[in-house]
Design a protein around this ligand. Structure first.
Ligand SMILES: Nc1ncnc2c1ncn2[C@@H]1O[C@H](COP(=O)(O)OP(=O)(O)OP(=O)(O)O)[C@@H](O)[C@H]1O
Ligand SMILES: O=P(O)(O)OC[C@H]1O[C@H](OP(=O)(O)OP(=O)(O)O)[C@H](O)[C@@H]1O
Length: 344
């Protein structure tokens, strides 16, 4: 009940009578709940993944719950940052969010699948022409970030290491305690000041609020434009499919995981077919070993075979060059619409 009310905007004229809250509550009974980012960098790729997995739904305008039309499941559209908490507390069974968000939330969830998109790094950045070149130099300084938990832990480690060194040399005075980030662990024990900023973190140094920042970097363009440089990487992240440790309907979860895995694999591989003299088959198999093994069929021409094998997209150009070199002909490459393959 609480969960549903949270997603239904009150007094919203866009919510038609047909979608009354009570109807929605009843429809949610016995449905698996699957959380997807409602906006931001991961949103569109998640929608594409749902479509590729034939998870059909109709989302009413402004409504953050959508009942699936062809499966006993409902989608809940949430900020990526909140998804680990809902899944971690078992209120939602499945979710997609960034590995960075999962680590920041510090909740217990099970990682099912690395989805491969949303690739970026959580980095420590400082002004390009400033006085700092290493994260150790930022100990005791001001750091702005949206990831106060991870940044707090990172600087806590640096401070601990610096403390050990100082203990050894026996020259250190205990530093000023300014308060930290993650309640329970770093709270009140950090000399480095970790300040929360919700967005546009890269502006913090120029505005004089921070000596350094901790933020996500993909192409590096944002940081370059802001006159910043990376001096350390805290975490590498991609989008992950997660599940609650006590999900409802584990069978349906397996089905969804399997469908999503199929779409991801299909995107990652192409199907390569070609003809090659039989005596070159061993060399050809080395070039295109396939996921398990290539399929080989006899051609209606003495001494020749036809081969088909899945090849990673990023390796296909090289594979085609090498196949040509050993005498393969009629080399064709096809996109794979969907797949179910062995797990490795
Ligand atoms: N530049 C980026 N490139 C790739 N993935 C990113 C990038 N920035 C963020 N991500 C991934 O997407 C997740 C959601 O980040 P995003 O900033 O899009 O969320 P949001 O706060 O919901 O959206 P918005 O910034 O539009 O309010 C991040 O936790 C990270 O895993
Ligand atoms: O390395 P790049 O490819 O330039 O991407 C990095 C930027 O992307 C993210 O911000 P986003 O655009 O989501 O907006 P935000 O600053 O409001 O979080 C991140 O916080 C960086 O600012």
């Amino acid at each position: 009940m609480d969960l549903v009310n949270q997603f239904v905007p009150r007094n919203n004229p866009a919510v038609s009578d047909a979608v009354r809250v009570s109807d929605l509550i009843n429809s949610l009974n016995d449905r698996l709940l699957f959380a997807v980012p409602k906006k931001g960098r991961l949103h569109q790729q998640c929608l594409d993944l749902l479509q590729g997995s034939d998870i059909q739904f109709h989302r009413h305008s402004r409504l953050d719950i959508a009942l699936c039309l062809n499966l006993p499941m409902a989608l809940v559209f949430l900020p990526a940052a909140d998804i680990p908490r809902f899944v971690g507390e078992g209120r939602v069974d499945l979710g997609i969010t960034g590995r960075d968000m999962i680590a920041e939330a510090q909740v217990e969830v099970e990682e099912l699948l690395d989805l491969g998109f949303g690739k970026c790094k959580l980095q420590v950045q400082v002004p390009e022409n400033g006085e700092y070149d290493s994260p150790e130099q930022l100990v005791g300084k001001n750091i702005c970030t949206s990831f106060t938990g991870l940044a707090g832990e990172y600087f806590e480690r640096l401070e601990r290491d610096a403390g050990k060194k100082q203990e050894k040399s026996d020259t250190l005075q205990v530093g000023e305690i300014k308060g930290g980030a993650r309640s329970g662990s770093t709270m009140g024990r950090l000399a480095t000041k970790i300040k929360y900023v919700g967005g546009s973190v890269e502006a913090s140094c120029a505005l004089g609020v921070a000596d350094g920042i901790v933020d996500l970097v993909e192409s590096g363009e944002t940081m370059k434009a802001a006159g910043l440089k990376a001096i350390a990487t805290i975490l590498e992240t991609t989008a992950i499919l997660i599940k609650s440790t006590h999900p409802t309907n584990p069978e349906l979860i397996k089905t969804i995981e399997s469908r999503i895995r199929g779409v991801i694999t299909a995107k990652k591989y192409v199907l390569c077919t070609y003809n090659v003299p039989r005596e070159k088959l061993a060399a050809a198999t080395e070039i295109t070993p396939g996921k398990r093994a290539p399929s080989v069929t006899t051609l209606d021409e003495e001494g020749w075979v036809a081969v088909s094998a899945m090849v990673e997209k990023k390796a296909i150009a090289n594979a085609m060059d090498n196949l040509e070199k050993i005498g393969a002909t009629d080399i064709l490459v096809m996109n794979i619409a969907n797949s179910r393959t062995s797990r490795e």
